[in-house]
Design a protein around this ligand. Structure first.
Ligand code: ATR
Length: 265
């Protein structure tokens, strides 16, 4: 019988998840259908309930429902607990399980690029949901030091206080965005600046070897500046593929190689 999957969001028309999961299905020979579900802003929980009561196996969650999905779950993985947001749902023994695959998606994307993470000194720009979603997997991938730079320093400090109990290997610290300097192996833009079309100015005193922009399909002043410096760059399409591959692995028990699917861009 065809296994049923979906992504729920509002809006949802732009989602590339069906295309990705159908490509994974073709590669593995798994018989599945993956659809898009538009939930009303006040109707997320009933949409989820309907999906599973109709025999759905796995549901991805996107904007603006990831925090509501987190609230709804009976069982959460540690990385979803740290993220306080869930993008992958399934049912097991009558309980709703939730995970967040964004961070592992980013780690797999960075590995596929061949950029080093072991003992890496990483600078993350932004202290919102996007940063919260990736910090534990980056630490677990062996990062030595993670510095969170934010316009509003108190938000970066609060995020570190929240995640510190889950992280015992990487050293975490917070700085204010305008005071950036020093040398980093990897810089990740997790601000929403590119999404809202705003420019982000990187100070000349800030040095880095590799630059990853979490957004994709948008102009990015962050990537433009990194390219001008001759630094290898990537936009967030590889992370999108990575989070989908990790969700597919949870639901179907097969972990595909990210590099096989980057050509879908
Ligand atoms: P998301 O869930 O996408 O992370 P968010 O929780 O609203 O969204 O967080 C957005 C992040 O981008 C915040 O860290 C925000 O900084 P503040 O906490 O100081 O608001 C950051 N951000 C947004 N626009 C920015 C800009 N133009 N320059 C620098 N930082 C920006």
């Amino acid at each position: 019988m065809t296994r049923q999957f979906a992504v729920v969001g509002n809006p949802i028309e732009h989602s590339r998840s069906p295309e990705l999961h159908h490509a994974f299905a073709k590669a593995t020979g798994i018989d599945l259908h993956y659809s898009k579900r538009l939930a009303p802003l006040d109707g997320f929980a009933s949409n989820v309930q309907e999906f599973f009561s109709q025999g759905g196996i796995g549901l991805n969650v996107t904007v603006p429902f990831k925090e509501q999905a987190y609230q709804l779950c009976d069982v959460l993985t540690p990385r979803a607990q740290v993220a306080r947001a869930v993008n992958t749902l399934w049912q097991q023994d009558g309980k709703l399980h939730g995970d967040n695959t964004d961070g592992q998606g980013l780690v797999d994307a960075i590995n596929a690029l061949g950029w080093p993470l072991q003992q890496a000194k990483i600078l993350i720009l932004g202290a919102g949901g996007a940063t919260r979603g990736v910090i534990l997997p980056l630490a677990q991938a062996g990062a030595g030091q993670i510095v969170i730079a934010n316009r509003t320093l108190s938000r970066a400090q609060q995020l570190i206080a929240d995640v510190q109990p889950f992280i015992n290997t990487a050293h975490l610290s917070a700085i204010i965005l305008d005071h950036l300097s020093g040398q980093f192996d990897l810089i990740i833009n997790a601000t929403s600046a590119s999404l809202s079309g705003e420019a982000l100015q990187l100070p000349p005193a800030l040095q880095f070897q590799y630059a990853y922009e979490m957004a994709y399909g948008k102009p990015s002043s962050f990537l433009d500046q990194a390219t001008e410096r001759g630094v290898p760059t990537s936009d967030g399409f590889s992370m999108l593929v990575g989070q989908a591959i990790e969700a597919f692995a949870i639901w179907n028990g097969v972990k595909l190689a990210l590099s096989d699917f980057l050509s879908l861009k």
